[in-house]
Design a protein around this ligand. Structure first.
Ligand code: CA
Length: 367
């Protein structure tokens, strides 16, 4: 009895020494169990304001789910934009390893990585259904990982805004000529297309959007969808609310993980993060849809605003200008061209399938 108790004591001591001796680099890889008791205290920074509904909340829900599934082995503390670092430095902070994780959207880094825009949204591009098909099963995510590799960043889709609204205008838009001379808050490629139509795109942070429109410093603004637009009070600042959001037909949100931090995780924790991201990707989109359909009803009940569809002719002209814009960008940048071609090849097939599935089904007249 005494002998076996001593042996157990000795074995426990040996196990402790083994665990202590194992650095993080020994814990990576399939089947690694030695580090299963180690706790990873990570930081995530986001591009969203503190408490921002659905987006910041979704990033926090993801962190909670990872903590629950890993039994506390990964503890991710989530910081909103500006709490730890400025919102738009999220990508750099993850790239440099200042923090382990980020949440935002790939088009924010267009100045550094123009082709990243194909992994968020492009004007007249694919909706969330097509984007998820491309990213998860059509080679899109592999391309995205390739594009971020030089920056030591591993991306995952984590959330989607759904098809956005076209925006709030202080006058009616009956032809593309009505856009001429307008100042509009509209970022990214959508802004470049708007400039081609004779407008002036303006970059404004979310916090400045309402005041600028209300004081007529801008003539129009896009934001997100009915839920977030209503919350910002935009219906008090402009009368004409247009759809659809041709410039953002479903913006993919991203989780970014520092490559070295990712490689330091054992395989089971990598699997937990991967699946928690997939789960939150769906939860955030479905929450956006639910909140938007409720808010649209509220906005439709107001008699001081007009909710209108852009005329077909306006959409057709903007679509032609989008093709010109994308071709110009591709001609100037071989990497942009390579990702654009891959995106377009998938999208062409998705269009054909959509024509006989969703587009066809949804065109059935309802009673
Ligand atoms: Ca938007």
């Amino acid at each position: 009895m005494l002998k076996s108790a001593n042996l157990r004591f000795w074995l426990a001591g040996l196990l402790l020494i083994t665990l202590t001796a194992c650095g993080p680099e020994n814990e990576a890889g399939p089947g690694a169990t030695a580090g299963s008791g180690k706790t990873y205290n990570w930081k995530m920074v986001t591009t969203w304001p503190p408490g921002f509904p659905v987006l910041q909340e979704g990033a926090e829900r993801f962190a909670e789910n990872v903590r629950a599934m890993s039994n506390g082995r990964i503890d991710i503390k989530v910081y909103a934009g500006g709490e730890l670092i400025p919102a738009l430095q999220t990508f750099d902070a993850v790239s440099q390893g200042t923090v382990e994780m980020g949440h935002g959207s790939a088009y924010y880094w267009a100045g550094k990585v123009p082709e990243a825009q194909f992994f968020s949204t492009v004007p007249f591009g694919m909706t969330p259904r097509g984007m998820n098909a491309w990213l998860y099963h059509g080679g899109g995510l592999e391309l995205w990982r390739e594009v971020y590799e030089p920056f030591h960043v591993v991306p995952f889709p984590l959330g989607n805004t759904g098809v956005q609204m076209g925006g709030w205008f202080n006058k009616e838009i009956n032809s593309v000529e009505d856009l001429d001379g307008l100042k509009m808050r509209i970022p990214g490629l959508g802004g470049k297309v708007f400039a081609k139509a004779g407008g002036t795109p303006v970059l404004l942070a979310g916090s400045e959007v309402y005041t600028s429109l209300d004081r007529n410093n801008i003539d129009a603004t896009e934001w997100i969808g009915p839920f977030h637009d209503q919350r910002l009070g935009l219906y008090r600042a402009a009368k004409h609310y247009y759809y659809p959001g041709w410039h953002e037909p479903g913006t993919v949100l991203e989780l970014t993980v520092n490559k070295r931090a990712w490689d330091s995780l054992p395989a089971d924790l990598q699997a937990i993060i991967t699946h928690a991201a997939e789960s939150e990707n769906m939860l955030m989109l479905s929450e956006m849809e639910q909140k938007n359909l409720m808010a649209l009803k509220d906005l439709q009940a107001r008699d001081d605003i007009e909710i209108q569809r852009f005329p077909d002719d306006v959409l057709a002209r903007l679509q032609a200008m989008t093709e010109e814009t994308l071709d110009e960008e591709a001609a100037a940048d071989p990497e942009f061209k390579r990702i654009y071609e891959a995106y377009q090849a998938f999208r062409a097939k998705d269009d054909e399938w959509t024509a006989v599935s969703e587009r066809s089904y949804l065109s059935i007249e309802r009673d």
